[in-house]
Design a protein around this ligand. Structure first.
Ligand code: E4P
Length: 218
């Protein structure tokens, strides 16, 4: 399972990259705004900085919602760097644009996916990645993980090449369950990645090993 970090924060991206386990980055307009990255030129410069840090797929989301606008914006973003993946919302014109990008060899991430039907459509259109949002489904009392399981199963039935990119991941259990059901990629905040390191028995065990070593080497 690939690990993507879900942030536009350069320090967090560097930290995850330094850990040596990072395969890519996802951003969205809210994450860019949270870092104070506004205005076309600043946004573009920021994507370039991310591409310099991580040698892996970097999702950059279009703002346009009409077909021509999505194509124009997506082609511009894809030109920035070979690792840019054009992130397109699951809407009618978005699906049409994903088909266009797929035929042009431009990688896409179909975002805001909340049902298996939408995921089938994204795969049929030739999306490189599909992003079902686990946490936002959990927020409305729907089991987000069941959707990941369902999509992995359906894609397996037909050998769809679209990769399941589990998004809106809120905690370590989400990540582990994604691995159990066979998601191709999980994108999550830094605290979820570093959260994988933690177990109290590791801390207690290490303390004991070090104190025993110190006693024997006085
Ligand atoms: C990533 O591609 C998504 O935009 C992101 O995971 C959404 O996460 P959120 O539901 O925590 O905002």
């Amino acid at each position: 399972m690939k690990f993507f970090i879900d942030t536009a924060n350069l320090d967090e991206i560097k930290e995850a990259h330094d850990l040596g386990v990072l395969d890519g980055v996802t951003t969205n307009p809210s994450l860019m705004a949270k870092e104070g990255i506004t205005g076309h030129d600043n946004i573009i410069a920021h994507y370039k900085k991310i591409c310099e840090i991580v040698d892996g797929d970097i999702s950059a989301e279009v703002i346009a919602t009409d077909y021509e606008g999505i194509i124009r914006e997506g082609e511009f973003l894809a030109e920035l760097h070979p690792n840019i993946v054009v992130k397109v919302p699951m809407i009618r014109d978005g699906v049409k644009a994903i088909r266009y990008f797929s035929e042009k060899g431009i990688k896409t991430n179909c975002t805001l996916v909340f049902s298996a039907g939408q995921a089938i459509l994204a795969a049929k259109a030739g999306a490189t990645y599909v992003s079902p949002f686990i946490g936002r489904l959990d927020d409305v009392s729907t089991e987000g993980m069941q959707l990941i399981d369902q999509i992995v199963h359906i894609y397996g039935n037909y050998g769809y090449q679209t990769q399941v990119l589990a998004a809106s991941v809120r905690h370590v259990i989400h990540l582990v369950q994604c691995a159990e059901v066979g998601a191709d990629v999980v994108t999550c905040p830094l605290n979820v990645i570093t959260g994988l390191l933690k177990h109290p028995l590791t801390d207690i065990g290490l303390e004991k090993f070090l104190s025993d070593h110190a006693k024997g080497n006085k």
